[in-house]
Write a protein that binds this ligand. Sequence first.
Ligand code: PEP
Ligand code: MG
Length: 531
Amino acid sequence: MPDLAGLGVSPGLAAGPVMRMAGPPALPAPQEAAAEAWMADPKAEANAQRAAVAEALAAVALELNERAEKAEGPAREVLEAQAMMAEDPMLLEGAQAHAAQGLDAAHALQAAFDEHRQAFLAAGGYIAERVADLDDLRHRAIAHVLGLPMPGIPAPGHPFVLVAEDLSPADTATLGPDVLAIVTEQGGPTSHTAILARSKGLPAIVACAGARDLPDSALVAIDGTTGTVTRLETAEQAAEVNERQRSETARLSASTGPGRTADGHPVELLLNIGSAQDLVKDAEGVGLFRTEFLFLGRRTEPTFDEQADAYAEVFKAAPKVVVRTLDAGTDKPLPFLDLPEENNPALGIRGLRVDRVRPAVLDTQLAAIAEAARRTGAAPWVMAPMVATRQEAAAFAERARGHGIGRVGVMIEVPAAALMADELLEEVDFLSIGTNDLSQYAFAADRQHPGLADLLDPWQPALLRLVRLCAEAGLRAGKPVGVCGEAAGDARLAPVLVGLGVTSLSMAAVRVPAVREALKALTLAECQRLL
Ligand code: PEP
Ligand code: MG
């Protein structure tokens, strides 16, 4: 029986002693001496505190930038993004305004960070998930002002399971080889902890209630697939868990070849990528190229040339690529679109619906995809996110074909679209089921909500019935229907999806070997019987 349960966000087993992350620096009561200095010469004291605020933020940004230079891949990007937050002039101005009103530097920083925090939380979605990054910056800046050691990862000199409230990008990027697994009390499936743990192949569990009460040095086993933490009695038990993981890793690292069931039924194994950097050789192509990841946070619209270059880089490197047109909104804000504030952004102008207010954006993108295809000789498949009706599918197909795109599809992320799968397939060449959003909309459950994991569980029968509607429509029409949500990378669920009639599975690179091996172990008839 597990002792604690959370959301498993990076698969794998690990066991070892718990080490908890050092807490944030304690903020002392405002200094008496500062009050005296303020009485003696308010202007000079305010200037001194303003300078201390600026110095602290600059020092923190410098340190993060230095670490970013030494890091690679996603770690580098998140450190750079966090350094940019520290360089935000609004933050500096806010803290200096508090200092000018008589707060010492540490309290002025605290007040300004609190204001920023409120604004992040109010924005919701992806922005709200960046609160952990902001809190980390605050702790660092305040520790700098107070001359305290920077908060960070423990270094006990032996392997350990890292337990934390939440991890900042700076923490995650500096994880040493001693970290066996990560368990956090906070965080969602798209938090930095989850993203970076997956990229490092470390088992991780987020939203794990009670994790903070695990005592230091307690022996635990972590299962990043099921999201469970189990207390162990002996070092032998821990060694046994780690040995099981070692042999599983060895088995999976030997796994190669195309996706097939035991009786040779082909199931394409594809990658979900955000840029060419996520490509690996161990797959049959790309099933979901999330093009918006190239432009997250951008204030200016990416130009035609910029887009064509980025797409061509991927087309050159992968044999088959399914490009998704920009999926902006809620969890993936694209500031350059300057979309109006909405009360309920997940139900508002997002995905293909952005075309209703910014039609030129889709045309530029489709033209850039066609140009990249021309330059590289590739024949990309192109699909639209968040399609709800046959009319939307038909209009998108016409636009894409008008730009010379040969294979046009739509994502199934809205239950209404799944119910109309037959009709959609009269308009387009393929469907790709985005189970992350399909769960969110079928169960009316925010996909980032750590408290609703049971509703977002891809084993929910209602979700599987929606998948079946689409897969059966695909079989009737003789057209491919893939799954590209997180469910596709679940090695236990993948055979069930294949049994339902799904023709391809697209997932993060680290999940490919386990899914491949799971399919190899069963015939198609056995996959069908699993249902
Ligand atoms: C999905 O919704 O399942 C999907 C694959 O798209 P994203 O996660 O990028 O919204
Ligand atoms: Mg989606």
